[in-house]
Write a protein that binds this ligand. Structure first.
Ligand SMILES: [Mg+2]
Ligand SMILES: [Zn+2]
Length: 172
């Protein structure tokens, strides 16, 4: 029986500042309040899974080694705040490759769900773009928008991690 629930987390623009095709680990910066909210979510029993499009690799803008180094830095910075992730899944394809993993396709979420034994109906995709929300819905998960973009199919939207964290904890 599937018992696990997760936050399915977009990375760039949701967990860290979006610099566009990130390739420099030194430019990784956590978004305010993210670590604290994720720690609270973990205490509530959520697994933490990153699902991220990185088409810069297919476009030749990001070397695979740079993509790895950026993710290592992300994990280091969160670990320093007491947050560890259960896994990270990436799509390195370009938009014209018609892969099953590039959000808004649900492929990354489906693989994460398989590997972490997730109940997607109770898991929550969180992202700053419509493609994140659409991927979550397509996978059968809940979907919540982070940031200031208006994403109309999201069940809720929060401009900051403080508000999103409060919502996750049932305080709003
Ligand atoms: Mg994003
Ligand atoms: Zn892909």
């Amino acid at each position: 029986m599937t018992a696990n629930v997760a936050l399915l987390l977009d990375r760039d623009g949701t967990l860290i500042h979006d610099v566009g095709y990130p390739r420099d680990p030194n430019r990784v910066a956590l978004l305010p309040g993210a670590a604290e909210a994720l720690k609270a979510a973990r205490a509530l029993g959520f697994k933490l899974a990153i699902v991220s499009n990185q088409s810069g690799v297919a476009r030749g803008i990001i070397q695979p080694s740079e993509a790895r180094a950026v993710q290592v830095r992300v994990e280091e910075l969160f670990a320093a705040e007491g947050v560890t992730f259960d896994g990270a899944w990436f799509c390195f394809h370009g938009p014209d490759e018609a892969c099953r993993c590039r959000k808004p396709a649900p492929g990354l979420i489906e693989v994460a769900a398989h590997e972490l034994d997730l109940d997607l109906r109770r898991s929550i995709m969180i992202g700053d773009k419509a493609s994140d929300i659409e991927a979550g819905i397509a996978a059968g998960a809940r979907a919540v928008a982070f940031g200031n973009a208006r994403i109309h199919r999201a069940e809720a939207a929060f401009p900051t991690w403080v508000e999103l964290g409060a919502w996750l904890c049932g305080k709003s």
